[in-house]
Design a protein around this ligand. Structure first.
Ligand SMILES: Nc1ncnc2c1ncn2[C@@H]1O[C@H](COP(=O)(O)OP(=O)(O)OP(=O)(O)O)[C@@H](O)[C@H]1O
Length: 349
């Protein structure tokens, strides 16, 4: 990795007895799109607040561009934050809202207006300059909030659930726009979400959080295809999880029998195995057999069918499968399930 733009070093945040962040370290590369992904209460907003200077961590350090910013107030550090509710000033025009940060920095009005116009163009709203926030749609207000944060040319833009207030269709559209704007301006973005699809669509670097710790981090594709832990295998996409034990080199004992599986985990170790639904197939006995299962649910989702089945070998294990849209399966059917050994994920955590 090139020299990090941001270095979070062993940061912990306590609120009384409650530990919201527990020894978190993270590097953020210049020009990157980082997504902090995790369930409610995992510490995402706390970490973003520490990056933005709204919280001073109990212990640890935050360096931005090599400078120690740990105790520095928000206005002094090279970051700006876009909040979920946009926090636009309702009585000001869009142009004045966008130019606000420049006004605070003493930039003259003609220069402010010129730069506000430029960023409004950048976010696709060149005609909004003289309007008031209430004359805009939710998606447009979101873009004004983005323009207002970008106009001061921060080194890092922090976004706290920026698309949370938008409906699903607009959300997907704004994801594409956010990514395109980030590539255009080259500013590093750090974006908090609990939506794993959003994380996959946006992240160059995906950081999966749980209980105040980083569970997994890396390119979104790597986190999905080779999750580091059971938590990230189930939070970033769905998986069927089952346990196993390594009994010899390349041999694993599972509820489905003995499997020949390449693994470098040492014999005797207990492991967790995960299987993505798109890697489960039916009626292909030449692959690794998962045995028979009774289909308990079939949901047609347009391009595929999402099938849930309880397996004869272990009825408590609910198998998830994503089958072709034309697969002939119904609730109550007994079906032979299998998987390709190369897709079985062996997790050590
Ligand atoms: N000011 C505070 N005082 C006390 N506890 C707090 C404070 N801020 C956050 N917490 C607690 O710290 C933990 C982490 O909260 P945080 O808001 O960072 O999580 P999050 O992952 O952003 O969740 P969400 O998606 O719900 O916003 C939670 O248990 C929360 O209740």
């Amino acid at each position: 990795m090139m020299t990090p733009l941001v270095q979070v070093k062993s940061v912990s945040q306590k609120f009384g007895a409650m530990c919201a962040l527990d020894d978190v370290s993270l590097d953020i590369a210049p020009r990157s799109y980082t997504v902090l992904l995790g369930p409610s209460g995992s510490g995402k907003t706390t970490l973003l607040s520490i990056l933005g200077g709204f919280l001073v961590p109990t212990t640890g350090q935050v360096l931005i561009e090599g400078q120690d910013c740990t105790g520095m107030p928000p206005a002094k550090r090279p970051t700006t934050t876009v909040f979920q509710d946009y926090a636009l000033f309702p009585h000001m025009t869009v142009g004045a809202n966008v130019g606000f940060g420049l006004r605070m920095r003493g930039v003259a009005s003609s220069e402010r207006d010129k730069r506000a116009q430029e960023v409004l163009k950048l976010v696709g709203l060149p005609e909004a300059f003289g309007k008031k926030p209430h004359q805009l749609s939710g998606g447009q207000r979101q873009r004004v909030a983005l323009a207002r944060a970008l106009v001061v040319e921060p080194s890092v833009l922090l976004l706290d659930e920026p698309l949370g207030a938008l409906d699903l269709k607009l959300r997907r559209q704004m994801q594409e726009e956010l990514k395109a704007i980030q590539k255009r301006v080259g500013t590093a973005f750090v974006h908090v979400t609990h939506d794993q699809e959003e994380a996959m669509a946006l992240a160059d670097h995906c950081v999966v959080m749980s209980n105040g710790r980083i569970e997994d981090e890396g390119p979104a594709e790597r986190v999905y295809s080779k999750p580091a832990s059971r938590f990230s295998a189930t939070f970033m996409g769905e998986s069927t999880i089952f346990s196993g034990r390594v009994i010899g080199s390349g041999e694993i004992e599972t509820v489905f029998g003995r499997w020949q599986l390449a693994t470098d985990v040492k014999p005797g170790s207990e492991i967790v195995l995960a299987l993505r639904p798109e890697h489960v197939v039916i009626d292909q006995k030449q692959l690794l057999p998962l045995g028979e299962g009774r289909v308990s649910d079939v949901v047609f989702q347009g391009s595929f069918k999402r099938v849930t089945a309880s397996l004869v070998k272990d009825e408590s294990l609910m198998l998830l499968a994503r089958l072709p849209a034309d697969a002939v399966v119904q609730t109550g059917d007994m079906v032979h399930f299998a998987c390709d050994p190369k897709h079985v994920l062996v997790l050590t955590r």
